[in-house]
Design a protein around this ligand. Structure first.
Ligand code: ZN
Length: 339
């Protein structure tokens, strides 16, 4: 096997992927037609063109358009199933997928029905491809802590496969501190705690997420690299940094992959995972992420495999399941016969 084939064959875990950011252009086209919504595209090819990332404002307009095209709760089953089908093709065994229910509840969809549809997609994908998936609920920081509390009420009513909360959205405008009580309540509810931080804003945003929200994982975390004390603190607390290299290049958080700080984090001994974030909108996949790390930052196959194992260990699965997934990963790895 050549390196590309080996990378494809490596077992993987994806921890940071947004369900809506995974919708296939074909699927979006179908939803738009069904709902008879006026769209800036007339053919599937034009949807592909529309999806092609240009800049951050364009990304937001694509994201908003996708949210507008989802007009029935049941559509989440197809989106989730197709996301997992794509991940399974990349030999991903387990996914933690983010869902931002408030975006859709504000468009008159029901939380419980959406969660059921997502879980139907998860169950079908597991039956067809053997892939497992749990759900992270993104409270979306732009909606503020009151809506955050409201979303926790929804989770209390229906939490099938929900393992954690997260806050995505505009990091500059909505810092973590006001969400302190929301996170403390989520912790009491037995949910794991994650926050996007240090992607668009500086190290203070990461400090606030770890100090006020007690997070176990940081989404992106790039800005921490400029603050040695923060890096030490993340290490001491055993906080995992979920990196999304292609996303960082596309959004302009990093100027090129060669300049991505992932190796600095690893050298410090921090636990790092590699993820796609929004695979449809950034035109990426788990295989692509690993391939890029290999070609641009000289990651070897054993180094990439160690990222996979870290993603198993730092996932929000119960210990027993982690052990069995780890065993499967090791078995598959040995079968690849890498010296
Ligand atoms: Zn994200």
């Amino acid at each position: 096997m050549n390196v590309t084939e080996l990378i494809k064959a490596l077992a993987k875990v994806e921890q940071h992927v947004h369900i809506v950011g995974s919708v296939r252009p074909e699927t979006l086209f179908c939803f738009a037609n069904q709902a008879d919504i006026e769209m800036p595209f007339k053919t599937v090819e034009e949807v592909h063109e529309f999806f092609r990332f240009r800049d951050f404002p364009h990304f937001i307009s694509v994201y908003t358009m996708v949210v507008n095209c989802i007009t029935e709760e049941s559509q989440f089953e197809r989106i989730t199933y197709e996301m997992l089908e794509g991940d399974a093709r990349n030999n991903v065994h387990y996914v933690e997928a983010s869902f931002s229910p408030a975006d859709h509840v504000f468009k008159d969809l029901e939380y419980n029905r959406m969660l059921k549809a997502i879980n139907n997609g998860i169950r079908r994908a597991q039956a067809d491809f053997g892939i497992k998936c749990n759900i992270r609920i993104d409270l979306v920081r732009n909606y503020g802590p009151e809506i955050g509390m409201e979303v926790l009420n929804w989770i209390e009513g229906e939490n099938d496969n929900v393992v954690s909360i997260d806050i995505g959205g505009s990091e500059h405008k909505y810092p973590p501190k006001p969400f302190e009580q929301v996170y403390s309540r989520a912790n009491e509810m037995g949910l794991h705690l994650v926050a996007h931080a240090g992607e668009a804003a500086g190290p203070q945003s990461v400090w606030d997420a770890v100090k006020y929200l007690n997070v176990e994982h940081i989404g992106h975390g790039l800005a921490a690299v400029n603050d040695n004390m923060l890096m030490e603190y993340l290490l001491k607390r055993g906080i995992t940094v979920e990196m999304c290299p292609t996303s960082n290049i596309k959004t302009g958080a990093i100027s090129s992959l060669e300049r991505h700080p992932i190796r600095t984090f690893l050298r410090k001994g921090l636990k790092v995972t590699v993820n796609t974030d929004d695979p449809s909108m950034f035109g990426t996949s788990m295989n692509d992420e690993y391939l890029q790390l290999h070609s641009k930052l000289n990651f070897t196959i054993p180094e990439l495999f160690s990222l996979s194992l870290d993603a198993v260990d730092s996932s929000f699965l119960p210990e027993k399941l982690k052990m069995s997934i780890r065993e499967t990963f090791m078995k598959e790895y040995h079968n690849l016969e890498i010296e």
